[in-house]
Design a protein around this ligand. Structure first.
Ligand SMILES: [Zn+2]
Ligand SMILES: [Zn+2]
Length: 486
């Protein structure tokens, strides 16, 4: 089919503009910024004003957005790949953070767009912010291009909400969109029988791989790596090159379910040496508000199914062994996808494992009725949205098995203060792990906040003691497990 000339013309214009402004650094040190994440790192529950926040922005030069042809905002043409980078703010009092963004604490929400000013450049020789007599509050942060080997730059962070009209346009173009064909996903699930789940040690991030009884991968649930400020929580599979080498195991072309769009759940697919192969897998991702790096990520995926935000059903494989569940929350953590798999060797038995991602139980419909024996702790062991009476009970008169995925920095501190002591206790009280140390584990140390020295970190195998056979890739990271939670 010929491209209609108007559409072709638009593409031409976009690529012209792309050439001119396709640089990470803004000439005026000014950026459109998507507030991708606010993590409450307060040691205990606090009124919102007094909370301590660590935030992540995905930013793109102001000029890049402004120079896009006006027609693009009303067209169906997706935005081109943009020169996006990241800013992570230091832990800051919420009220100070709000002041630096010229907003009130209660108005600040993940998924909002801001304009940030006087941001330090990443490249040498780019214009730097003028030495202004800076009035008003600034918070400090670190800017990076998302490359884990390149050191970020320190920058002030200040600005204000993007003007309403522009914000709407930009946000509309930054929503994950794409085809969604349930039968194609079901065909890919086929009649595979999940038997075990590798909860991988990826530092302050999340990556689970579901295997069949022979240790052959079926699908990934998230492919994350830490963001810049938590890079030192990564294990050494990072190798010496700029990319993770070797990348995640791709034996048997597993499909991928992305729980939600946070960087720490998808970055491995960008920074691995096999990222082109990863982009060709079948991906199932949720429709959510996304920022410039999320948008770029989505555009590089070749075979992606975007689960519509308003589609609340769950998707089951024909043998009912794999279910993908649309979460019902409002936040980015709580509105993505969760997974349950029935790992029982007998068809009539139900022994389910729950992979919630960063979603809490009240946002995952249908799980209370399942007999669950295994799960990963939601949101790296955070307690932010943990509702005690929503914690599922393990299904038998036996403790449930629980795996935590979080990171510890080189200085020994827990990234974002995860996991929280009261969450650990709450899971124990609800029968997960109980007092039995061999039924609960963590990727970064032997158990949640077990605090041993030296730490015993590594991948965790849940459900069944399987041994993934050699896949032909030397040093493939996902074949060794420090513990089996059977
Ligand atoms: Zn492998
Ligand atoms: Zn996360």
């Amino acid at each position: 089919m010929a491209i209609p000339s108007k559409f072709g013309e638009l593409l031409g214009k976009i690529s012209d503009q792309g050439e001119k402004f396709n640089k990470l650094d803004s000439p005026k040190c000014r950026y459109y910024a998507f507030l991708s994440k606010i993590e409450d790192v307060s040691p205990k529950d606090m009124p919102i004003e007094d909370q301590t926040w660590a935030a992540l922005f995905e930013i793109v030069p102001y000029e890049w957005i402004e120079s896009l042809p006006e027609e693009i905002w009303e067209s169906k043409t997706p935005l081109p790949i943009s020169p996006a980078s990241l800013i992570e703010t230091d832990e800051t009092k919420a009220s100070d953070f709000a002041e630096a963004l010229n907003a009130k604490v209660g108005e600040i929400d993940e998924g909002d767009w801001y304009i940030l000013e006087d941001i330090e450049p990443l490249e040498e020789g780019s214009p730097r912010p003028a030495e202004t007599v800076s009035t008003g509050k600034v918070v400090k942060g670190i800017r990076s291009d998302g490359d884990y080997k390149r050191k970020g730059v320190r920058t002030n962070v200040k600005g204000g909400p993007a003007p309403d009209k522009k914000k709407q346009k930009v946000a509309k173009k930054h929503t994950a969109e794409g085809k969604f064909i349930a039968n194609v996903i079901k065909d890919k699930m086929g009649d595979r029988i999940p038997s075990a789940i590798g909860v991988m040690d990826v530092g302050q991030a999340s990556c689970n791989l579901v295997y069949d009884i022979n240790g052959i991968p079926i699908f990934y649930f998230d492919l994350g790596l830490p963001t810049s400020t938590h890079w030192d929580s990564m294990p050494d599979f990072a190798g010496t090159s700029r990319l993770i080498d070797p990348g995640p195991c791709l034996r048997n072309n597993p499909f991928v379910v992305l729980s939600h769009w946070d960087e720490d759940h998808r970055t491995m697919a960008r920074l691995s040496n096999n990222h082109l192969d990863l982009a060709r897998l079948l991906w199932v991702v949720p429709e959510q508000r996304i920022g410039p790096t999320g948008h770029n990520f989505l555009r590089r995926l070749v075979d992606v199914h975007v689960w519509p935000a308003n589609l609340t059903v769950r998707l089951k494989s024909n043998n009912n062994r794999i279910r993908i569940i649309k979460c019902s929350g409002r936040s980015i953590n709580g509105s993505g996808l969760a997974v349950v798999v029935n790992t029982s060797p007998n068809e009539d038995d139900q022994t389910w494992a729950l992979l919630p991602g960063d979603a809490f139980f009240q946002h995952i419909p249908g799980i209370v009725v399942l007999d669950k024996f295994w799960m990963t702790a939601p949101h790296h062991g955070s307690d932010n949205e943990l509702v005690l009476n929503q914690i599922p009970q393990p299904g038998v008169n036996d403790e449930g098995r629980l795996a935590y995925s979080y990171g510890i920095k080189a200085d020994g501190s827990h990234c974002y203060n995860h996991p929280k002591a009261d969450a650990i206790q709450a899971y124990r009280n609800s029968g997960w792990g109980g007092t039995n140390d061999d039924k609960v584990s963590a990727t970064a140390e032997r158990g949640p906040r077990s605090g041993e020295n030296p730490r015993e970190r590594g991948n965790i195998m849940m459900c069944y003691d399987i041994h993934p056979p050699d896949c032909g890739t030397p040093n493939c990271p996902f074949h060794h497990f420090k513990i089996v939670l059977e």
